[in-house]
Design a protein around this ligand. Structure first.
Ligand SMILES: Nc1ncnc2c1ncn2[C@@H]1O[C@H](COP(=O)(O)OP(=O)(O)OP(=O)(O)O)[C@@H](O)[C@H]1O
Ligand SMILES: [Mg+2]
Length: 495
């Protein structure tokens, strides 16, 4: 073991005027997990895509077992490289089994042998301890389950080098444990794994070695056991981030918006209050109703029974647009399908809800608009080649920042509902977003934060509402709550 399996030599890639990766070399060894870290836009995905063969380098080469690879993705796959991409790529209307063995289905006389397909994938899922039905359509799975299916699909080819580009961004703790066991099994079998993640705890737990990228170049390389958490952060962001979470507020303002006795779609008699000046966290295991609470508050879904209240009065929010009209903003969890205007620039995405206020009227004032967008870009450390760069060309974390940034310009924001707003966002920008949420709260906005990131809720929320099976099982004081208390309520036990 410990022999070099994957070697990158002088990889270089530019997109137009943007240097995404400049002359990067590193190796990954058999039996080891390598962490690849860096800020949003540092070039991680571009580098991994070059290794997987889906992006052609301008210069440099990738070798596996000493053999330089020539040709596209098929040649890289044939050499034993498999990759789980940052954005999910499953076909929602095919089944789990069809997705996992896509293009490699077992065939009989009459074409694809469905029985064998389902059995084979079923055995693989069992072996990986994934509790997912092979015949279920992918559209019925939760985001976390979809991510696990992507991983199963990559593992199904028994790769020598497995690349995981932020595989845990929508996984919760038990699923992360599962992934840990899967990667260890691969490395025990002599494979090399490269893991890209912004979750530091996980990196320290999973990884043996680490490579740090900043602005497309390698700035550090080490054994994981030789680096400290703070050292890693400052290598990544080029400065110290001493405080991730801002000081807490008072959190006892007047109720602004809420749900009263809401039921249906899996919810049971949910009552919830968002207060001016406070950050109200909503915790729970995936699929226990937290997302529905966010959608109902944001006007994206109507409650079947019960009411939405604003300033104590029942209201009917007919659409997200109607909610915006009442000062309710929403950051949805699925940036690719909800919320972002992919073909348009950062500028248009950021000014889409507050354009009129930014311009001071219906007429566009390009200078004022550009200045407002610039404030958002700087504050969030959003990396884009220009304000006009289409959002489709941004790195995943910078897309997420764009989605969040538009609410910074809304002049009459009263409630901001967020579902996993820091998914895929680097640690420096996360500190910035947390600071901004607290600033908004201090200005009187009621923040509703649905998150799968327990540390984030414990660090930031003034109050944590925990859900299980569509019910509220408890409301904890954010400053004193412990992880254990939240977990108990989240599995339906008393805190
Ligand atoms: N197709 C493209 N066209 C133009 N620019 C691109 C394209 N793909 C990536 N870039 C740019 O290359 C740089 C590196 O992007 P990359 O996606 O590799 O970053 P990353 O480190 O994976 O970030 P994140 O943590 O946000 O996923 C960014 O500045 C990005 O805007
Ligand atoms: Mg990326």
């Amino acid at each position: 073991m410990d022999t070099v399996l994957l070697e990158c030599r002088g990889l270089t890639k530019a997109f137009g005027a943007t240097r995404a990766i400049g002359d990067v070399s590193f190796t990954a060894r058999a039996g080891r997990v390598l962490a690849l870290v860096g800020e949003n836009g540092a070039g991680k995905s571009t580098l991994m895509n070059m290794i997987a063969g889906s992006v052609a380098p301008d210069r440099g080469e990738v070798a596996v077992g000493g053999e330089p690879l020539r040709g596209g993705p098929a040649a890289h796959a044939a050499a034993g490289i498999a990759m789980v991409h940052q954005e999910l790529s499953l076909f929602p209307n095919l089944t789990v089994a069809e997705n996992v063995l896509l293009g490699r289905e077992p065939r009989g006389w009459l074409g694809i042998d469905d029985g064998r397909l389902v059995r084979r994938v079923g055995a693989l899922l069992d072996d990986l301890e994934l509790d997912i039905a092979p015949s279920a359509p992918v559209s019925r799975l939760s985001p976390g389950q979809r991510q696990l299916v992507e991983i199963a699909k990559a593992v199904a080819v028994a790769p020598r080098v497995l690349i995981l580009d932020e595989p845990t961004s929508s996984l919760e703790n038990p699923q992360v444990d599962l992934l840990y066991r899967i990667t260890r099994r691969l490395t025990d079998g002599g494979a090399a794994v490269v893991l890209v993640s912004h979750r530091l705890d996980e990196l320290f737990r999973f990884c043996d070695d680490v490579v740090v990228l900043r602005g497309g170049v390698k700035v550090a390389e080490s054994r994981m056991s030789d680096v400290t958490r703070d050292g890693l952060i400052s290598a990544m962001v080029g400065r110290d981030v001493t405080q991730l979470y801002p000081p807490r507020g008072r959190g006892d303002g007047t109720p602004v918006a809420g749900l009263r006795g809401v039921s249906g779609d899996g919810l049971h008699d949910v009552t919830f209050t968002a207060r001016a000046g406070a950050i109200a966290g909503v915790a729970g295991l995936e699929g226990h109703g937290q997302a529905l609470v966010a959608e109902i508050l944001a006007g994206a879904r109507a409650p079947r029974a019960g009411t939405v209240t604003i300033d104590g009065n029942p209201v009917r929010l007919r659409s997200p647009r109607a909610a915006v009209g009442r000062g309710i903003g929403y950051v949805p969890p699925e940036r690719r399908t909800e919320g972002l205007l992919f073909g348009l620039g950062v500028d248009e995405n950021v000014t889409v809800v507050a354009g009129r206020a930014v311009n001071g009227g219906w007429l566009r004032r390009p200078k004022r608009e550009a200045a407002a967008v610039d404030r958002v870009v700087r504050r969030l450390r959003l990396t884009a080649s220009s304000q006009r760069q289409p959002v489709s060309e941004l790195s995943g974390g910078n897309q997420q920042k764009t989605l969040f940034g538009r609410w910074m310009l809304h002049p009459a924001l009263r409630v901001l509902v967020l579902n996993d707003p820091t998914r895929g966002v680097d640690v420096g920008a996360r500190a910035e977003i947390y600071g901004l949420l607290r600033e908004l709260a201090d200005r009187g906005v009621a923040i509703v934060l649905v998150s799968t990131d327990m540390q984030e809720l414990l660090g930031l929320a003034d109050e944590i509402t925990v859900m299980y099976d569509g019910r509220v099982t408890g409301v904890l004081d954010g400053a004193s709550a412990t992880e254990e208390q939240v977990m108990r309520l989240a599995v339906g036990e008393a805190a």
